[in-house]
Design a protein around this ligand. Sequence first.
Ligand SMILES: [Zn+2]
Length: 69
Amino acid sequence: MHKPSTHRCRTCGIPLPEGVNSPFSPFCSKRCRMVDLGRWFSGDYAISEEIPSDVEEDDPFSEADPRPE
Ligand SMILES: [Zn+2]
């Protein structure tokens, strides 16, 4: 069997690290995966890097981050 060529992120096109089983495959990151989803939801494949804020938003108060007292 021929080994498949290097996978590339479907969104940004960068080569994905070989041997690394990315949870976001076939994308390089969560961001790129969301971008691709956004294209489907918007029905416009022309969208580039515009991501709905409620998708990428990380609520700082929902995480156990140490606060200075
Ligand atoms: Zn990417």
